[in-house]
Design a protein around this ligand. Structure first.
Ligand code: NAG
Ligand code: NAG
Length: 182
């Protein structure tokens, strides 16, 4: 009890404490037995407290180095068709709506990803591990804007599999606890 009150008095230490234990969960497109899968991954690297001017004191996690950055604009109702991830890469949907499907017909085989704060995924179903890949459609009424960033070493960053199927909102919304106190 006393402990809790102390943390309340010192809001920033509370943030540090939470940041040190919280890890990022992301929906990933993986592969098993030659077929693409949707998976919920927890990244190994926990959040930390930034000491970089401009973000100092806020929560930050390192997702590793990336090689290039491409900016794509997908029109409303665009169908990307079946494809493999060209490389192991981060994809961030900045706006719009993506609908990703993999082989299978239960709730672990499709996901809607909305552009914005929770729009980060990792795509790892390259042609060496998945025969046909996954399908991405953009069913929103606006265009979808996405950034794609292959990892610089071509590898998949270290993570644990939380479960098969995409991460649920409650599994990614833990980020909300990292906001700075008013
Ligand atoms: C990213 O690249 C820098 C510079 O080459 C290197 O020092 C650092 O260890 C790399 N980080 C990771 C996570 O590989
Ligand atoms: C990631 O998932 C774990 C297990 O469900 C949860 O404890 C944690 O708070 C989640 N992290 C975030 C950033 O939401």
């Amino acid at each position: 009890m006393k402990f809790l009150q102390l943390f309340r008095l010192f809001a920033v230490p509370k943030l540090l404490q939470q940041a040190a234990s919280l890890k990022l969960n992301v929906t990933a497109i993986g592969a098993r037995d030659g077929l693409s899968t949707l998976e919920c991954w927890q990244m190994d690297q926990p959040f930390d407290t930034s000491t970089t001017p401009g973000t100092s004191g806020s929560a930050q996690t390192q997702l590793g180095n990336v090689s290039t950055l491409s900016y794509s604009i997908l029109p409303s109702a665009f169908d990307g068709g079946l494809h493999n991830a060209p490389k192991n890469q981060w994809v961030v949907f900045l706006s719009g709506l993506a609908y990703i499907t993999v082989p299978g017909d239960d709730d672990t085989s499709s996901v809607f990803v909305t552009g914005g704060q929770f729009g980060l995924i990792f795509a790892a179903d390259t042609s060496d591990v998945s025969k046909e890949g996954h399908r991405t459609q953009y069913p929103g009424i606006t265009e979808t804007v996405a950034l794609q960033m292959p990892t610089s070493d071509g590898k998949v960053p270290k993570h644990d599999l939380v479960h098969n199927g995409p991460c649920s909102i409650s599994e990614i919304a833990g980020l909300r606890t990292l906001t700075l106190p008013a």
